[in-house]
Ligand binder design. Structure first.
Ligand SMILES: *Cc1c(COP(=O)(O)O)cnc(C)c1O
Length: 352
């Protein structure tokens, strides 16, 4: 049990004592000179877990995606991705601003393009059209509530893209959540993509960083792009050390977060005025809607009341829309905390 139950995001996880210890002891060097042994260890470990030849430690998932896009596209090309994807919605248009590429967002049912949708989105050779430069996939899908697609679904998308000689990037910020939920090795999801990124800083609990994995040639290009963006870090082994602990010790326990999310969702589904699509709760994210009084304004007021009332009861939650709440479970939330959260929600919604 924790004094404050913070369900706003798994980015709020604090490093474990073991991570602090590893950070204090890590052998380090200048990583721009490729002389930091701890960064090299994390990159090799990440590449091994994802079945790729090489890895590159970057500051964030956002930088990982941007470096991956810039390393695999040319000015004026088009990037095909889901309309609700993180890259399209939450990365400050970096790919357009820095990468000089155009985004081609496609509306999908579950956050994942079908192979047919990829086929339709690929541009034929025509003087009027921007050439397709990259296809992106996101797993787990953030805005769709942490939903997973299977390795086979990713491979089917990649097959269509590769047939047209277009590379594929997997934004796997929470890829290990998908791997644990579907009981498949992480490398299966990455098998047919050209680049993959994942965060050590979210549910895996490290304080900073993401890793990009891909071929040796891609990672060499990515290393130059990272430097250009100001992401060449010096004695970065201090933070990479926590990433190693994250990969070695924190993956299997994600199953607890998933169980807690499920318990939270089931509890929420029984409360008046709250509704949740239980089928979408597959990993550590629970998105639910608030409805009260039959009007949008009343529902929005009730949403604000739920956020404020929970906060007053030391349960921090976050609205992602006027009547939508997203709760994320993580290592600093336990089963008792879920009970307290549901008690707080019940108290607030009782009078609705
Ligand atoms: C969080 C997230 C990112 C970005 O990671 P940061 O480390 O916060 O920059 C990218 N993609 C997805 C799907 C995410 O959930």
């Amino acid at each position: 049990m924790h004094d404050i139950v913070d369900l706003r995001s798994d980015t709020l996880t604090l490093p474990t004592p073991e991570m602090r210890e590893a950070m204090a002891r890590a052998p380090v060097g200048d990583d721009v000179w490729e002389e930091d042994p701890t960064v090299k260890r994390l990159e090799a470990l990440a590449a091994e877990r994802l079945g790729k030849a090489a890895g590159l430690f970057v500051t964030s998932g956002t930088m990982g995606n941007l470096v991956s896009v810039v390393s695999q596209t040319q000015t004026g090309q088009e990037v095909v991705l889901d309309l609700d994807s993180h890259i399209f919605n939450y990365e400050v248009a970096g790919a357009a601003v820095v990468g000089n590429v155009q985004m081609r967002p496609v509306k999908t049912a579950r956050g994942f393009l079908t192979p047919d949708q990829v086929r339709e989105a690929l541009r034929p050779a025509n003087i009027h059209l921007p050439p397709t430069g990259l296809v992106c996939v996101e797993n787990t899908h953030n805005r769709h509530g942490g939903t997973c697609c299977t390795p086979e679904e990713i491979s089917a998308i990649a097959a269509v893209a590769h047939e047209a000689s277009v590379p594929v990037h997997l934004d796997g910020a929470r890829l290990f959540n998908a791997a644990v939920a579907l009981k498949r090795p992480a490398r299966d999801f990455a098998r047919d993509v050209d680049s993959v990124t994942f965060c050590v800083s979210k549910g895996l609990g490290a304080p900073v960083g993401s890793v990009i994995c891909g071929s040796t040639d891609l990672i060499a290009r990515a290393r130059r792009v990272r430097k250009m963006l100001g992401g060449g870090m010096r004695q970065a082994g201090i933070i990479a050390a926590a990433g190693i602990v994250a990969l070695e010790r924190m993956v299997d326990r994600l199953a607890e977060d998933h169980a807690n999310a499920r318990a939270l969702a089931e509890g929420v589904s029984k409360l008046p005025g709250l509704s949740v699509d239980l089928a979408s709760v597959q990993t550590n994210i629970v998105i639910f809607r608030v409805e009260r009084g039959g009007t949008a304004a009343a529902s929005a007021a009730a949403t604000a009341e739920l956020v404020a009332g929970s906060g007053a009861r030391k349960v921090k939650i976050h609205a992602i829309g006027p009547t939508a709440i997203r709760c994320v479970t993580h290592k600093d939330i336990d089963a008792e905390d879920i009970g307290r959260t549901l008690d707080a929600f019940a108290e607030i919604t009782r009078k609705w």
